[in-house]
Design a protein around this ligand. Structure first.
Ligand code: GTP
Ligand code: MG
Length: 171
């Protein structure tokens, strides 16, 4: 029968940005977690889009685990980078982590699609995706196709638009 193409994706971003909540929303209802706790190390999850079957490495964003990220760069066919749009104070930390990622030898010269979620858009203090994009310096992102979506992982708003963009980039 018809089998969707399998792709490996890395989901990163600071702790508390909403990575696990986003991935959980994208999973089929019957395999969703009821309670989400901070990720320890990482967790491997699966979800599908219209044309692709995704295996996603949901990495912990806590400082002490961020050194794990680089071990998964090589096998990633795309990166999902989640930003908490309401966390203005730590946006520079998120940018710093992204700059390190972009200069890594396993990332630097590859045409790797980057999908950004400007998450927690439901919060009153949340910055717009345009503002998040400029604070993260995305206009300087070279040789990487990228896209940013405002999202609310609690309701799922914005998530499918992002995943369909990613699907178009990879298939
Ligand atoms: P680590 O695993 O520690 O790296 O964190 P994470 O990025 O996986 O964050 P997680 O999904 O655990 O979510 C952190 C908190 O943010 C939880 O309390 C979520 O319910 C909350 N949260 C996630 N997405 C949203 C959102 O879009 N809006 C609001 N208001 N809260 C959100
Ligand atoms: Mg998590």
């Amino acid at each position: 029968g018809f089998k969707k193409k399998e792709v490996h994706v890395l989901c990163i971003g600071l702790d508390n940005s909403g990575k696990t909540t986003i991935i959980n929303q994208l999973k089929p209802k019957d395999s969703q977690y009821e309670d989400i706790v901070p990720t320890i190390g990482f967790s491997v999850e699966k979800f599908a889009s219209s044309a692709l079957s995704f295996t996603v490495f949901d990495m912990s964003g806590q400082g002490r685990y961020r050194n794990l990220w680089e071990h998964y760069y090589k096998d990633a066919q795309a990166v999902i980078f989640v930003v908490d749009s309401s966390d203005k104070l730590r946006m520079v930390v998120a940018k710093d982590e992204m700059d390190q990622l972009l200069s890594h030898s396993d990332i630097k010269n590859r045409r790797l699609p980057f999908l950004f979620f400007a998450n927690k858009m439901d919060l009153r203090e949340a910055l717009s995706s345009v503002k998040v994009s400029s604070m993260m310096g995305l206009e300087n992102l070279q040789n990487k196709p990228w896209h940013i979506c405002a999202s609310n992982a609690l309701t799922g708003e914005g998530l499918h638009e992002g995943v369909e963009w990613l699907t178009d980039q990879i298939r």
